[in-house]
Design a protein around this ligand. Structure first.
Ligand SMILES: Cc1ncc(COP(=O)(O)O)c(C=O)c1O
Length: 400
């Protein structure tokens, strides 16, 4: 591998992401960008209105370090309502600059150099970089994709092998990093799977960091369960959430992390020297959002499920085998029927010219040593307006 000048050894290999390449390709070719996972439609009016009302007031100044009290209370109420977990807003809830800062601060706070982090791959792309910044080492356990036939969609879930999970844990393992609902696979971990993961964590004395930013974006019969709700898990678990995916406000970067006081205090120590605070006027607005009635949260899931179905049917009609996601913004396609060499990156580089659509190769979501496991997979986002998604689907159909 070529060395990137000036970049520390810790961060070698974390160069420019393929997202930048694919987004530039979308612009250059006038393609529809289904690569990046951000919605192109606005969030709920009361949330947007609350943010507008907060600008020009005292909320423009630094909020308190742990976060605005009304937001911390709203996060605690929201947890109690949807997971039954009870967190003290004054010591067990910390507001962060998005989920990304919550995760990074937690890893910086909790890892000693050389400590190992067990996680499932493919994985959200900040995880490996954040572990590296903390001096830790990733031990990745693969999720296995179901294998749909060409031109069909499967609802079979991605799975993992409990023995592989067991073998990944060593005496150096400090922490298990979980993500459910899972990006990029769209997998929602079932309660039995979470029990298996929880048992490993408990047996091996691991801390658990769980990224639940898609908690409300779950479809059909799938149900989101937080591992922190399982017996004995609350005391070893930090739960991460974010307003970005729930309120279509990914640019606001308001997130939070909840857990036992000593763990949250450790994370706060790292967090205060990263950003200290952020997003003053957005914090009261997110508090409004978290208190919206249940119908808002069921409504966003139903709405996104409709978009999922539109994209999944369009991809299948385009001759591609699709794994139908149980949650999140993303669907995964196996490119082998249209590219027998199974090169997902080459497929993504060609797709703008072939169909006027951009996606991202799933290989980038794997540890480099395991990238072959996702080489033939490609991720499409469906969090787009009807007319954009409809046009993308038309273009993909014409590809068949
Ligand atoms: C699994 C996962 N975690 C965290 C994030 C980042 O969240 P935030 O924008 O709140 O930092 C994303 C964004 O795509 C994500 O998919």
């Amino acid at each position: 591998m070529t060395r990137t000048p000036y970049l520390s050894a810790r961060l070698q290999g974390f160069g420019t992401t393929v997202f930048a390449e694919m987004s530039a390709l979308a612009v250059a070719t006038g393609s529809i960008n289904l690569g990046q996972g951000f919605p192109d439609y606005p969030g709920p009016a009361p949330v947007l209105e609350a943010a507008r009302a907060a600008i020009g007031t005292a909320h423009d100044q630094y909020p308190p370090g742990p976060g605005l009290p009304e937001l911390r209370h709203a996060v605690a109420r929201h947890h109690r309502r949807f997971t039954g977990l009870v967190y003290d807003p004054d010591g067990e809830v910390l507001v962060t600059a998005g989920a990304t800062e919550a995760l990074t601060a937690a890893l910086l706070a909790l890892l000693e150099p050389g400590d190992e982090v067990v996680l499932f791959e493919p994985m959200y792309d900040s995880y490996a970089a954040a572990v590296a910044m903390a001096g830790g080492v990733v031990r990745a356990v693969p999720l296995r994709a179901p294998a749909p036939d060409a031109g069909t969609a499967t609802t079979d879930p991605w799975t993992f092998d409990a023995d592989e999970l067991r073998r990944a844990v060593t005496p150096r393992t400090r922490l298990l990093l979980l993500n459910t609902p899972h990006n990029p696979t769209g997998k929602v971990f079932g309660t039995d799977e979470l029990r298996t993961v929880a048992a490993f964590a408990a047996e091996s004395g691991l801390l658990v960091l769980t990224d639940e930013v898609y908690e409300h974006l779950v479809f059909g019969a799938a149900r989101h369960t937080s591992i922190a709700t399982l017996p004995g898990m609350r005391e070893r678990t930090l739960v991460v959430g974010s307003a970005g995916k729930t309120f279509n406000t990914t640019g606001w970067k308001i997130g939070w992390i909840c857990g036992p006081p000593a763990l949250v205090a450790a994370v706060r120590t790292a967090k205060q020297f990263l950003t200290y605070v952020n997003g003053g006027p957005f914090q009261p607005a997110v508090a409004v959002g978290l208190d919206l009635p249940d119908e808002h949260f069921t409504g966003i899931a139903r709405d996104l499920e409709r978009r999922r179905d539109l994209l999944v049917h369009g991809l299948a009609a385009g001759g591609l085998p699709v794994v139908c996601p149980q949650g999140t913004y993303f669907a995964t396609v196996d490119v082998r029927p249209v590219r027998p060499d199974g090169d997902g990156l080459a497929f993504c580089r060609e797709l703008p010219a072939r169909a006027g659509v951009v996606a991202v190769p799933s290989g980038v979501f794997y540890d480099p040593a395991d990238a072959h496991l996702g080489r033939h997979l490609v991720r499409f986002a469906f969090c787009k307006r009807d007319e954009v998604l409809g046009e993308a689907v038309e273009r993909l159909r014409r590809m068949a």
